[in-house]
Design a protein around this ligand. Structure first.
Ligand SMILES: Nc1ncnc2c1ncn2[C@@H]1O[C@H](COP(=O)(O)OP(=O)(O)OP(=O)(O)O)[C@@H](O)[C@H]1O
Ligand SMILES: O=C(O)[C@@H](O)C(=O)CO
Length: 419
């Protein structure tokens, strides 16, 4: 099975989201954790999951280039740089700097940038990103613990992260379909633009944009923009039908949820779980100590684990509590403390027989997956848009890595009816 699409994702839930989109559209896809050190598994698409969304730009570039090298060496015909559908980044990066470095490595001068994901309410109009009915900077994302998004104009946001010129392919062009989009992107590249934010409001737009970019060496965006790519490979005769692309081994073991995301969606899901499952909300401000928090959680879990329904352990907190902890410890130290605590809880849960684990939050998932020594994730069927069950090896457990903002209100319960 020759590798077709080589993907680099800047966080772990984002990688799973992208892999799920590719599987759903008929590509056998494996998610690899971190820059690979050995040969890549056989797949139509490989998604290398980095934890580079908030690292210093220099580190993010080095890791992304190393990932690209591995993918190109394995024969990838196109490179995909996956970032968040809410364009999570600070003005210091990393989306612009990483995309710049990848373009240079690929000898290319232009790439589209499109984080739209209509199934999860992310749309782009006149270059402005909406989350549901709200502009990005009024959607709750302005309070994100690590990457507060205070500007919805993506042309402006990306321009602050790159020396390259950023243009816009507007809705009026996107509506005309793939030929018009292709021509517009050619004109932009010829006119010296390095990037184009491409408006997209519907899945139909994303498919047309994907078709228009069939020959681009680099695609950048959210998982939505990957929707049209498998068809390009099929049209080129490179991708056979894959009816069982989402098959996983049977699930076993106890059920648990770990939440470190402080997004509105996750806070709502914890609120729902409170009434339907044993739920522990850690008070990180009262106990700002990772070991002590993990010990509290593992003591609490005693006698509560079940193979039928989950226990829910959350460090997540509303913006005022997050701000209080950050004021005390600093932003990065606060995040790291919670991540260490939840990673240790994950190890403890698996040691106690948990075999089906939902983790909420990209950084949190990164910490958990690393602590569990996971090397690869096989991607299964989707629970909600962008969140599939996966099979983690060599840990041999089922994991669902939920992007902070994704999933219905009852996600923490319903996930276990799908595995
Ligand atoms: N009570 C808290 N106080 C301060 N920081 C917290 C608290 N709880 C969690 N955090 C930190 O907030 C960050 C949340 O980021 P994470 O990527 O896990 O979630 P997210 O951004 O909502 O999800 P995604 O990246 O999938 O959109 C993590 O670093 C986590 O450790
Ligand atoms: O694109 C998204 O919103 C997610 O896949 C993600 O990257 C969350 O971290």
């Amino acid at each position: 099975m020759p590798l077709l699409l080589g993907c680099i994702a800047d966080d772990f839930t984002g990688a799973t989201d992208l892999a799920s989109m590719l599987v759903k559209n008929g590509m056998a896809t494996v998610q690899v954790i971190g820059v690979p050190t050995g040969p890549l598994p056989e797949a139509d698409a490989i998604v290398i999951a980095l934890k580079s969304r908030t690292t210093p730009a220099r580190e993010a570039i080095a890791e992304s280039l190393a990932a690209a090298e591995a993918l190109l060496a394995a024969g990838a015909k196109q490179i995909f740089f996956k970032y968040c559908s809410t364009f999570d980044s600070t003005d210091a990066g990393n989306i612009g700097p990483v995309a710049d470095a990848l373009l240079k490595r690929l000898g290319a001068g232009f790439a589209l940038a499109c984080p739209a994901f209509p199934a999860n309410g992310r749309s782009i109009y006149q270059g402005h990103l909406f989350a549901g009915a709200h502009l990005l900077n009024e959607s709750g994302m302005e309070n994100h613990p690590l990457t507060p998004m205070k500007d919805a104009n993506l042309v402006r946001v990306l321009s602050r992260q790159t020396e390259g010129a950023v243009g816009l392919v507007p809705f009026s062009v996107v509506e005309q379909g793939s030929q018009a989009i292709r021509q517009a992107m050619i004109r932009m590249a010829e006119g010296g633009r390095r990037y184009a934010i491409v408006d997209a409001v519907t899945d139909g737009h994303l498919v047309a944009i994907g078709e228009a970019a069939a020959h681009h060496p680099l695609i950048t965006g959210g998982s939505g923009i990957a929707m049209g790519l498998p068809a390009n490979f099929r049209a080129a005769g490179l991708l056979p039908e894959r009816p069982d692309a989402a098959a996983l081994p049977p699930a076993k073991g106890m059920c648990a949820v770990l939440a470190g995301s402080c997004s509105r969606a996750t806070l709502g899901q914890i609120g729902f779980a409170r009434d339907h499952a044993p739920t522990l909300e850690l008070d990180v401000l009262a106990t700002p100590d990772a070991k002590a928090l993990a010990a509290q959680a593992l003591d609490w879990v005693e006698g509560k684990l079940s193979a039928d329904h989950p226990v829910v352990i959350a460090a997540s907190a509303p913006p005022e509590k997050v701000a209080a902890l950050q004021a005390k410890l600093g932003r990065d130290a606060a995040g790291a403390l919670v991540e260490h605590a939840l990673a240790a809880v994950a190890q403890g849960l698996v040691a106690r027989g948990v075999g089906r684990l939902v983790v909420a939050g990209g950084e949190t998932s990164g910490a958990v997956v690393s602590a569990l020594g996971v090397a690869t994730l096989r991607i299964g069927a989707e629970i909600d848009p962008g969140v599939p069950w996966t099979y983690a090896e060599p840990a041999n457990i089922h994991l669902a890595l939920k992007s902070g903002n994704f999933g219905a209100r009852d996600f923490f319960l319903k996930a276990f009816a799908h595995v």
